[in-house]
Design a protein around this ligand. Structure first.
Ligand code: FAD
Ligand code: SF4
Length: 474
């Protein structure tokens, strides 16, 4: 008989909504050994085929089983420099866990029986961090006279720089914000990914020799030509997609309507959750609605609820989504956590307009009820508004989390980088080179599923492209 999956400990909902501390506690050594023991060690390792960076999952789990924790960390970091980050945020239920032979087939995401690969990865990542194992250099390079500029310190830029440095190539990251990490520090809240974890894994890259210059807006502080004139052999663009999409409906300009990007950046990076100790303010209402169904919507809702609780307001946060629970694209454990914390969901509703009061503040959102039709281009059943079904949901804060668009500043200040109709940078799929010679791109700026691990998968491909070009040139 199959053994029961091992759950990780977590803080109870009543306690955790009063702060921004990490919710999932991770595996103890005993838990990790028990969970690793459930792995069948399948020869064909189907789980690895579900990993965008190709970690040898079977191998690292067997190493945990044998208590060879350093070996497990080394096996993962051969392919992924950020195991503690990815062990916390990877949508494993849609990737490696879904491919695990123990997961039930024919379901849109992994069933609970699948090995908790992400929790075992996190255990290994934390072991490496706590024991200062760092990242080991590859010893196969003779192109150390080359140097690469990396624009953006999100997962894609960090991964490119780390992989180049591992291969002995000088990598210098230029980041516009005052902290490196991209969405990992300005978007994903600390209760899912503590800042310290991100800092530790970035520190490993610095020890490899990666240089990071902050408060540097590439395209303005220096142009692409100026960077090439400084002797860089290649430039990687990992500028992400941080421009919020809006609903484009009446009343959207009213006060107290935030984009999720602004809301989360204020709360996380600018620390408005500790206002007035930190100087960035945030408005917290009595009745908050969040429009959308992805990770950004869930993160916004859970942050807003914490802010209400900390301010002594009786929490009321409702997520409004056009489809149903089954189609919600956010990570499944996070949906569960949101429900446990008291976030309400209203499914099958589509925003029509916002209502405001005489002072110009939002006071409600008008919605149409929907029903699901045939699947659309995304493969999910399309929401169809029902005629004459309009109703109003009261709110004094609205957060719009319906998607993001590519960051344009660098691209618009540089001639010759081709983009598609959505503004994504067009790249050569083999090398990740853009329409400009020696300029590569990856991560959210080129489109795709918009996950940390996918951005890293693209970054690794770009490094292979850059190294190949360098062998020919340097
Ligand atoms: P980013 O992380 O956006 O980093 C781009 C960096 O470039 C930023 O630091 C930006 O400041 C910098 N930059 C931009 N322009 C310039 C310039 N001109 N000069 C210098 N620097 C510049 N994915 C998951 O896998 N799991 C999750 O749980 C998850 N949750 C998410 C929650 C939220 C709230 C959001 C917004 C996203 C989430 N994602 C999640 C998606 C994931 O974070 C992104 O896909 C990933 O961060 C993309 O990495 P990137 O390097 O392409 O871009
Ligand atoms: Fe273990 Fe599942 Fe991978 Fe098989 S598919 S090796 S059981 S994690």
């Amino acid at each position: 008989m199959l053994k029961e999956p091992i759950k990780a400990g977590k803080i109870d909902p009543g306690t955790r909504v009063k702060n921004f501390d990490e919710v999932i506690l991770g595996y103890t050594e005993k838990d990790a050994l028990k969970e690793a023991d459930r792995c069948l060690g399948c020869k064909t390792s189907p789980c690895s085929s579900g990993c965008p960076v190709g970690i040898d999952i079977r191998k690292f789990i067997q190493e945990i089983k044998q208590k060879k924790y350093e070996d497990a960390y080394r096996t993962i970091t051969e392919k992924n420099n950020f195991p503690a980050i990815c062990g916390r945020v990877c949508p494993a239920e849609y990737q490696c866990r879904k491919a695990c032979v123990l997961s039930k087939k024919g379901v849109p995401f992994a069933s609970r029986e699948a090995i908790n690969i992400h929790l075992l990865e996190r255990f290994s990542g934390d072991y490496g961090g706590n024991n200062h194992l760092g990242i080991i250099r590859a010893d196969n390079t003779n192109i150390s006279n080359c140097k690469v500029a990396v624009i953006g310190a999100g997962p894609s830029g960090l991964c490119v720089a780390g992989e180049l440095a591992r291969n002995g190539i000088d990598a210098h990251i230029y980041e516009s914000l005052h902290k490196p990490g991209g969405v990992l520090v300005y978007g994903i809240p600390a209760f899912r990914l503590p800042m310290l974890i991100v800092e530790k894994e970035i520190e490993n890259l610095k020890k490899l020799g990666v240089k990071i210059t902050l408060n540097f807006l590439a395209g303005k502080t220096k142009t692409l030509d100026e960077l090439f004139n400084e002797g860089y052999n290649a430039v990687f663009l990992g500028v992400g997609a941080g421009v919020p999409a809006f609903l484009d409906i009446k009343g959207e300009e009213l006060s107290n309507i935030y984009s999720a990007n602004e809301f989360l950046t204020r709360v996380n990076l600018m620390m408005s959750r500790d206002f007035p100790e930190y100087h960035t303010p945030i408005n917290i209402g009595k009745k908050i609605v969040v429009i959308g169904g992805g990770n950004t919507a869930i993160d916004s809702a859970r942050s807003a609820l914490r802010l209400q609780k900390i301010s002594g307001i009786n929490p009321s946060v409702t997520i409004l989504y056009r489809r149903t629970l089954l189609e919600l694209p956010a990570r499944r454990p996070e949906i569960e956590h949101a429900e446990e914390e008291g976030i309400k969901f209203k499914f099958l509703v589509q925003p029509v307009s916002f209502d405001g009061n005489s002072d110009g503040f939002v006071k409600g959102i008008r919605l149409l009820k929907c029903e699901l039709g045939e699947p659309d281009s995304s493969g999910r059943r399309k929401p169809i508004p029902i005629k004459d079904s309009e109703f109003t949901e009261e709110c004094d804060i609205a957060i719009i989390a319906v998607g993001v668009n590519p960051n344009q500043l660098f691209i618009k200040s540089t001639n010759g980088i081709n983009q598609d109709k959505w503004g994504n940078v067009i790249i050569d799929n083999e090398t990740m080179m853009t329409s400009l010679k020696n300029v590569y791109a990856g991560g959210d700026i080129v489109g795709g599923e918009g996950t940390v691990i996918e951005a890293m998968g693209m970054a690794k491909k770009a490094v292979r492209g850059i190294i190949k070009a360098m062998y020919e040139k340097c």
